[in-house]
Design a protein around this ligand. Sequence first.
Ligand code: HEM
Ligand code: HEM
Length: 185
Amino acid sequence: MTYGTRKDGYPASSKWLHWAVAACVLTTIPVSIAMTWVSGGPLQDTLYNLHKSLGILILLLMILRLINRLMVGAPAPDPTIARWQRAASSAVHGLLYVLLLLMSVTGYLANSAYGAKTPFFGLFELPMIIAKNEPLSEKLFAFHKYTGWLVAVLVVMHIGAALQHHVIHRDNVLRRMLPRALGGI
Ligand code: HEM
Ligand code: HEM
């Protein structure tokens, strides 16, 4: 669903949700690498708990974001952008929605199947959503891990494209998503 013209920015709700999810994803991916690198101990536990909490927060924000996107839509793509680029951009955006929802659900499922706790920022613990089943947990974690790398690659492409529009083409693509206080439209 699209609305408006190329001069329209995203609605404030879409901007807030976009930057909140971006902050969580750009934190949780390095945390997921660090937590598997450090040797066991309190630091590793803290990193695992932070990764799980951010993952659950991403799940909640992405559900809100999906509802918001279906309700308010997105501004029409800039007609100066080549048709293949518009198609590539929609495909990456769509994949990010699907993969982030899938990643957080598989992370939660795999963690419960492993028999591990799912804390939420030290505030409370989420219930186990599946009975202990280590072979299933291994399969789900393998899927979670490889999909995580796909998300990381898509995010790098997405940020590269946004910066290319802003710095090289000097068009409104980045400004459509920036808050007005930071020069957004
Ligand atoms: C890691 C985190 C990020 C994720 C998961 C993400 C995801 C998305 C998604 C799904 C959209 C589609 C808008 C919607 O319908 O909701 C979008 C739009 C956009 N994102 Fe991101 N984003 C991330 C980080 C960034 C960063 C760091 C930048 C800037 C450097 C950026 C710039 C943009 C811009 C400019 C748009 C609007 C594109 C257009 O008008 O078609 N994003 N992003
Ligand atoms: C969109 C959200 C998420 C992203 C992008 C993400 C990303 C990743 C990545 C990239 C890895 C692989 C790290 C590595 O082996 O180098 C990983 C591992 C892991 N994730 Fe997530 N994750 C998310 C959500 C969750 C959630 C919600 C949970 C649990 C409630 C979770 C639990 C775990 C655990 C326990 C591991 C380690 C698996 C192992 O040791 O083999 N993740 N995650």
